[in-house]
Design a protein around this ligand. Structure first.
Ligand SMILES: NC(=O)c1ccc[n+]([C@@H]2O[C@H](COP(=O)([O-])OP(=O)(O)OC[C@H]3O[C@@H](n4cnc5c(N)ncnc54)[C@H](OP(=O)(O)O)[C@@H]3O)[C@@H](O)[C@H]2O)c1
Length: 340
């Protein structure tokens, strides 16, 4: 698989990366053996970047990756880890964030042990801790780099101003943030700042958490994160699934699936905007992975991209990307409005 440099300061990574969250959390039960087989299949097919978080299944996801990588050569795989989210024993209990330097050192010690590795390739706070200046958190990770426990610093769901402040302390490899045909907020301020500073983007939710995978239906229903996500509910869901049918109409004559078109669109936007954007595909099974990797063969022409733009205009999705209570705490949603 082709590789790209993750921004000016990051490592070289495969064009598509694998996000493993859904193998432990958020999207209902997953099959452990199939999850490990999916990670192995991804590595065999040239994926070099795996993304996890220490809070995905309260360490379950890191243990899973650790087990999957036991048979791999460490230097062939890059591991990105998010930290800082505080959870509790109740299902879906989240209690804010802790990114104080002492907490960072504590979190990394647990992650290294669970993953069974000597260092983490990209380490990032999962959200901005409102009580801790980003300079202190980035400074603590920079210290871990000096000590050999971490190789690169990343950010997640922060706005343009925080990106600038972080980069002033230490070069940032990438910003991990939601970006897809139905979540294009970063195009206004965040993406231009990342391009200016040479910071890559690792894009999650490229399939809208399954909503624009082409496999979602009203009958599916869920008892997971998605049952609380506004885009999956009521009339919003009808409007959003109608957009998926529009995409299917564009994809079919191209011999592509809806999921492949959605991933190929992100790659095409990266080229058009001259920015490194690596889609973090959330495949949980080998069949999903294989469909996702098929997107690398889909190269929409200018006319096909225009058709996609007509099918799904920038603000076409109904409903916000997270429940309002969560959006209210996200630094990435707080940048000042564009100058008139
Ligand atoms: N930084 C952050 O705040 C943040 C937030 C969320 C995620 N992430 C990271 O980004 C990764 C990807 O996010 P995501 O899982 O929400 O995004 P996604 O790729 O938009 O959604 C993945 C889901 O789509 C469905 N799907 C259907 N067909 C698929 C196919 N061919 N390939 C892949 N998935 C298909 C699957 O759900 P079903 O199996 O239920 O059908 C799968 O769990 C996560 O694993 C995590 O590492 C980061």
């Amino acid at each position: 698989m082709q590789s790209v440099s993750l921004g000016r300061h990051g490592p070289t990574v495969s064009l598509l990366a694998l996000g493993t969250m859904g193998m432990s959390d958020m999207y209902g039960p997953a099959d452990r053996a199939e999850s490990i087989a999916t990670i192995h299949a991804a590595l065999e097919q040239g994926v070099t970047l795996l993304d996890t978080g220490d809070f995905y299944g309260m360490g379950h996801n890191e243990l899973l990756i650790g087990e999957a990588l036991r048979s791999a050569r460490r230097e062939q795989v890059l591991i990105s880890v998010k930290f800082g989210a505080l959870r509790g024993p109740r299902p879906a209990e989240f209690n804010g964030y802790d990114s104080r330097p002492a907490a960072v050192r504590n979190f990394v010690a647990y992650s290294l042990r669970r993953l069974g590795v000597e260092y983490i390739d990209i380490y990032r706070p999962s959200r901005l801790d409102p009580d801790v200046p980003i300079e202190e958190t980035v400074g603590a990770i920079a210290e871990l780099i000096r000590q050999g426990y971490v190789r690169h610093i990343g950010l997640s769901e922060v706005g343009a101003q925080t990106v600038r402040r972080a980069q002033a302390v230490h070069p940032i490899a990438d910003l991990q943030i939601e970006y897809s045909l139905i979540s294009r907020g970063i195009e206004r301020q965040i993406l231009p700042v990342c391009r200016e500073l040479g910071i890559g983007i690792t894009a999650y939710g490229v399939l809208g958490r399954g909503l624009i995978s082409g496999h979602w239906s009203r009958q599916r229903g869920t008892g997971d994160f998605r049952s609380r996500a506004p885009r999956f509910q009521g009339e919003n869901l009808d409007i959003n699934l109608a957009l998926v049918e529009e995409l299917r109409r564009v994809a079919q004559p191209m011999g592509a699936t809806v999921a492949q078109l959605a991933i190929a669109w992100v790659l095409a936007r990266a080229a058009a905007q001259d920015t490194c954007i690596v889609p973090l595909v959330g495949a949980r099974r080998r069949d999903q992975l294989s469909e996702a990797l098929g997107a690398l063969q889909v190269k929409p022409s200018a006319e096909q991209l225009a058709e996609i733009a007509r099918a799904v205009p920038p603000d076409a999705a109904a409903g916000p990307r997270y429940p309002e209570a969560q959006l209210a705490h996200m630094d990435s949603e707080k940048d000042p409005p564009d100058p008139a």
